[in-house]
Design a protein around this ligand. Structure first.
Ligand code: SF4
Length: 420
């Protein structure tokens, strides 16, 4: 409807994210580290009890066959306990100690199952809330106690155009970088097309994202970390920085400030948390011994080594050119009054700082309703403003003219009356 009314084109998307608190209490946390630590302790206890029981059984056995200790897995442990119970070697009166150990094992099996369930619930997250298991503990901007306490919440990503919310996504991952690909896919799923241009802050500037955007024909006005820093004179004039070293693409080597060659010695592959693989080239200076600039150049005891991702550098060069162009300056100046303004409206004017529901699907419904209401109000305001403009430019002069004629007639009449 907004497209039909000419309010938005769906071709531009200004993207940003914010954290919204879950309705869950902040003391309902489950941390991956503590679950893993406690699980490891429990496994050690189980292993110890099993070894003791196994030993007892092995001694009783005529053939002396030793069964292998089972893997510490709640299902297998359950099976194992069942077999031990069936073996009739754990009589409450005769083998008191063994019987006690078996009962203890049964309790541990339940606890182990609980830990496994918690780990499954965590997935690739580091925490979740007991009362809203889809919520993850993250740092919020609104930190009343100023102690950096984490609270259960969701990472809400929005895409805006003319301050209308055109796309949104709810994530449990607190970092914006890894949400972009899925967020753009959501845009496609909703509208059947991709935006032609996106503008976002440096939190989204990664190798994976640049590649994804280029492959999908989306113009990226997305800053990268250090974008502002590298514009400064002090950065540009620092000849020791990798970005400022001279590179010879033909010979594939760098030249350091003193004129020595840094030759390629190796390459490696790095994999991001999302599984994206980057190729890194490693270069090493021939001899840094006795170099007068060494103190300013590097701190390594050996010769200087640098690691370069050439693909990323190429993407950065393209993005830099785009961001510093006239169009880039326009979009960069517009970005703070697009999603940022919507977040301001949302959190402070409308006090929408916390979800009212639990779980991903309900939280999505919660935000979708908010976004629709927000857009309707925005449309109403825009229409009212347009109406006002029309009134001021068209009807007001006519009204003023008519009014002045009326006044003229009144005075004329009065003047005639006075003469008479
Ligand atoms: S320390 Fe090594 S890399 Fe740095 S300027 Fe001197 S020779 Fe070149």
């Amino acid at each position: 409807m907004l497209v039909d009314l000419g309010q938005i084109s769906l071709e531009v998307s200004y993207i940003d994210g914010t954290k919204l608190e879950s309705v869950a209490n902040k003391y309902t946390f489950v941390w991956r580290k503590s679950v893993e630590k406690n699980k490891a302790k429990l496994e050690a206890k189980i292993r110890f009890i099993l070894e003791q029981i196994e030993e007892g059984i092995a001694q009783d056995r005529d053939n002396g066959e030793q069964e292998q200790a089972p893997e510490i897995d709640s299902e297998e442990l359950k099976e194992r306990i069942k077999k031990l119970n069936e073996s009739n070697k754990f009589d409450k009166k005769v083998n008191k100690a063994e019987f006690k150990a078996l009962k203890e094992l049964e309790k541990h099996q339940e606890k182990l199952e609980e830990y496994e369930q918690k780990l499954a619930m965590l997935g690739d997250r580091n925490s979740y809330s007991k009362t809203d298991t889809d919520a993850t503990f993250m740092r919020m901007k609104e930190d009343a106690m100023n102690n950096g306490q984490t609270k259960p919440g969701y990472n809400v990503q929005i895409g805006t155009e003319n301050q209308y919310i055109t796309n949104f996504g709810i994530y449990s991952n607190p970092t914006d970088t890894t949400t972009l690909n899925s967020f753009i896919s959501l845009h496609y799923a909703r509208f059947g097309s991709l935006p032609k241009l996106i503008c976002a802050d440096s939190g989204y500037g990664s190798h994976e994202n640049y590649k994804f955007l280029e492959q999908n024909g989306i113009q990226a006005f997305v800053k990268f970390p250090y974008f502002h820093k590298e514009q400064k004179r002090s950065y540009k004039q620092n000849g020791f920085l990798v970005d400022n070293l001279f590179y010879n693409p033909k010979g594939d080597f760098y030249i350091c400030p003193i004129g020595q060659r840094l030759s390629k010695i190796d390459k490696k592959r790095t994999t991001s948390s999302t599984g994206f693989i980057s190729n890194i080239d490693i270069y090493k200076a021939e001899n840094c011994q006795g170099c007068p600039l060494r103190g300013r150049c590097h701190k390594s005891k050996d010769n200087r080594i640098i690691q370069v991702n050439h693909d990323l550098l190429a993407y950065k060069a393209k993005v830099r050119e785009r961001l510093t162009s006239e169009q880039g300056l326009y979009h960069r100046s517009k970005r703070p009054i697009e999603p940022e303004a919507v977040f301001g409206q949302m959190k402070f004017n409308k006090q929408y700082k916390r979800f009212r529901h639990k779980g991903f699907s309900k939280v999505q419904m919660d935000f979708a309703l908010f976004a629709m209401a927000f857009n309707i109000q925005k449309l109403w305001k825009n229409m009212a403003t347009n109406l006002k403009k029309v009134c001021l430019t068209f009807y007001l002069p006519i009204f003023t003219l008519m009014h002045s004629f009326e006044l003229k007639n009144i005075y004329k009449r009065r003047f005639k009356e006075q003469i008479a």
